[in-house]
Design a protein around this ligand. Sequence first.
Ligand code: C2E
Ligand code: MG
Ligand code: MG
Ligand code: MG
Length: 279
Amino acid sequence: RARSLGQTQYQVFATGMLEANVQRFALEGELRQGLANQQFELYYQPIVSLKSDRIAGFEALIRWQHPQRGFISPGMFVPLAEETGLIIPLGKWICETACQQAYVWKQQFPDWPLLISINLSGRQFEQPDLVEQLAAIMHDRQLYGLTFKLEVTESMVMGDVEAAIDLMFKLRSLGCKLSLDDFGTGYSSLSYLRRFPIDTLKVDQSFVRNMHSAEDFAIVRTIVDLAHTLGMDVIAEGVETLEDVAALRSLGAEYGQGYYWAKPLAAAAATEFLAQSFQ
Ligand code: C2E
Ligand code: MG
Ligand code: MG
Ligand code: MG
């Protein structure tokens, strides 16, 4: 009896695995095609100053419009692109596209101090010529420095710490700023954090979402205080309600990002959002 039960479970497991592998394999090929056929698009989500209520910048977030499957979330394909190495050409495209958009906005809104945040992936961060690549892209568009903020995660910088510090200083010398994304969800050593040339801690949305609970409120307060102690500022992610905004203001957080202001927007809609904010 136990044996037959075991077999049944094994079969269910095997079928599930096979399906998952077939799907993965299909998706990998489609990812490759998608890149060649320009099925990707960058969306831009406003980051808002809690002090002035002005747009401080945008975070670029990738979107995939698959011709048959429709919208596929980055949470689904970015890890696959990472595993297969496709993130390298995709990451380059992301940087080029964000730079191109920054260039357009700089022409349109010359007085606006642009700050465009770009998510880097682990593989990109380990690429030996990342700095040269970014420098070339910025140079092409005469955007040398000033404009970009690169988002890294704890897992990317807490491995080979010395190499990460070295790389971060090089990125900073291009004029880029650095954010630590999803802060609080990974593993961070405070003694290393102190040595990182990071400008901004992004408080993960899982804490921001639950700030009505005393524990999560205390966690957000602790992260804000930690950032300020280390000379960093704070962006709270996943801000959805006026109550979130009030709570974050009371804690002295500098910036917020979330559906309360806007979802990630296509470039044209983001431009519209920006134009409105200047009226
Ligand atoms: P992330 O960098 O932490 O991006 C923030 C995510 O939170 C985005 O999801 C955004 O749409 C979502 N978000 C923002 N405000 C709210 C809110 O108020 N409520 C809720 N529920 N969600 C909110 P998205 O665009 O699906 O991206 C998911 C993750 O995929 C990103 O997390 C990032 O890790 C990765 N990703 C997205 N675009 C890129 C990219 O261009 N390059 C790389 N390497 N990774 C990317
Ligand atoms: Mg991010
Ligand atoms: Mg995040
Ligand atoms: Mg994330």
